[in-house]
Ligand binder design. Structure first.
Ligand code: FMN
Length: 244
């Protein structure tokens, strides 16, 4: 009997330690989320070929403004790149696109992808970072294309993008400034490799002062590609917190 009790106690201790380990991992992730762009090493991992932006990705999904389960019309707007990407190599679906699709699936929302009017963004990571930096330095407003759905139909708009140099890609600012987002609930989300939400919420609120900006979500780009079950769980938890 004593042996059985001793065995049970040691199982309890091991279980508790495993729980601590998980907490430590969580803390590490939180520390990374506070990293600034300077902390993030921008060197891409080696890949053997450049990716190509698939022409399949340029189509905007048909917009049906069906009411979602929460009783609201919801739109998910996102910008995302395929090609060579930091830590994940060459990808044929962008990290942010994966998260955007999950949000749309979980809420029953429509989607709209922000695509550049002229796709001059390089497919290789290093070159892409140079172009993005230049756009940021120039405070550029790159044009996007496609028919933006009638935003008056939507009360809540999720807006997501990769963190580029600690900020929204400049093309997103074009969208914020061109479109009438006043009176909407805006919900930012990012994918990143260390910078977390990188102030997306505050920057969105300054760009759209007449909108209400709700709590955002930051997902590691690598997780979006390689750990989709846990990303979906995070998305669901976040959506539940938002009332969806
Ligand atoms: C131009 C560029 C700049 C980036 N800057 C940052 C950054 O400042 N902080 C960060 O954590 N990740 C940065 N990244 C990594 C991306 O945010 C990350 O890989 C993201 O998941 C890519 O999403 P996408 O596949 O939807 O484009 C950068 C990537 C690129 C291409």
């Amino acid at each position: 009997m004593k042996k059985i009790i001793a065995l049970l106690m040691s199982i309890c201790v091991m279980t508790t330690m495993a729980g601590c380990g998980a907490d430590v991992e969580k803390q590490d992730a939180n520390i990374s989320l506070q990293q600034t762009e300077e902390d993030v090493q921008m060197e891409p991992e080696q890949t053997d070929q450049a990716g190509e932006q698939s022409s399949d990705t340029v189509e905007t999904k048909p917009q049906e403004t069906d009411t979602t389960a929460s009783g609201e019309n919801i739109l998910v707007v996102y910008f995302s790149r395929t090609g060579e990407q930091y830590t994940v190599g060459v990808i044929d679906k962008g990290n942010t696109a994966i998260v955007a699709e999950m949000i749309a699936e979980e809420t029953g929302a429509d989607t709209f992808e922000i695509l550049p009017q002229e796709d001059y963004y390089p497919y290789t990571y290093k070159e892409l970072t140079d172009v993005a930096k230049q756009e940021q330095n120039d405070n550029a407003r790159p044009a996007y294309r496609g028919d933006v759905p009638d935003l008056s139909e939507y009360s809540t708009i999720f807006i997501g993008a990769p963190v580029w140099w600690g900020d929204w890609p400049m093309i997103c600012y074009t969208f914020f400034e061109n479109e009438d987002l006043s009176g909407k609930k805006l919900v930012p989300f990012s994918t990143h490799e260390g910078s977390g939400l990188s102030g997306f919420d505050k920057k969105l609120a300054s760009a759209c002062p007449d909108s209400e900006v709700l709590e955002g979500l930051a997902i590691r780009g690598n997780d979006a590609q390689n750990d989709q079950d846990s990303v979906r769980a995070s998305v669901k938890e976040w959506l539940t917190g938002l009332g969806h």
